[in-house]
Design a protein around this ligand. Structure first.
Ligand SMILES: O=C[C@H](O)COP(=O)(O)O
Length: 209
């Protein structure tokens, strides 16, 4: 039986989403996130070196690491081989979810409509990524989607900033909030790990009751 994403995240309600161009920066990035109090992170398959970044971050030991932007079965397999403990997709794809279930890794498919949510729930995915959360309408959209599906939990992601956090986190349908605002491409380019630590700590602080 596959552990649920909630047990993998171990109560963490902040999910930093990382797109790392230079794998050599991974260790410093993991250090900064862990120092800020993050307990998990999502490494996107949007770069050449994503598997290497995943591997290094998983080996770091300070964070539970998942793979993001996973859109094929092959990427599910590569993510798991690199140490991913969960798999996030921008949309709902039956094959990706099925492969995750075969391999026993929690899948968090992206959904943007009630139809996609119904498909995800039917496939056994009770936690979904509302994506892209802010352009879709943010918390109003999340509440409207959640109302008919009390069994669903959401990880809203996309366009979220620190100022949106409190209201998302106060909603009982929200398991965690994801986003790149804590470690943006600009932070990584500048090597500004202190700012990454600071923004992570601020987000974690807001997520702690
Ligand atoms: O899948 C993750 C998103 O691309 C992160 O969205 P964001 O950069 O708007 O926080």
């Amino acid at each position: 039986m596959t552990a649920g994403i909630d047990s993998v995240l171990r109560g963490s309600r902040i999910l930093p989403v990382l797109t790392v161009q230079d794998p050599a920066t991974t260790h410093a990035l993991a250090d900064a996130l862990a120092a800020g109090g993050a307990r998990c992170a999502e490494v996107t398959f949007r770069t050449q070196g994503a598997e290497q970044v995943l591997e290094t971050m998983a080996a770091h030991g300070g964070l539970t690491v998942g793979a993001g932007t996973v859109v094929t079965r092959d990427q599910v397999e590569r993510a798991m081989a690199a140490g991913a403990r969960f798999v996030v997709s921008p949309g709902y794809d039956e094959e990706v979810v099925a492969r995750c279930q075969e391999l026993g890794v929690p899948a968090v498919p992206g959904i943007a409509t009630a139809t996609e949510l119904m498909r995800a729930l039917r496939a056994g995915c009770h936690t979904v990524k509302l994506f892209p959360a802010e352009p879709l309408g943010g918390l109003r959209m999340l509440r409207a989607l959640a109302a008919p599906f009390p069994q669903a939990r959401f990880i809203p992601t996309g366009g979220i900033e620190e100022r949106h956090l409190a209201s998302y986190l106060a909603d009982r349908a929200v398991l965690a909030v994801g986003g790149s605002w804590m470690a943006t491409a600009a932070h990584l380019e500048r090597g500004d790990y202190e700012e990454i630590r600071r923004l992570t700590a601020a987000a974690v602080d807001r997520s702690t009751p």
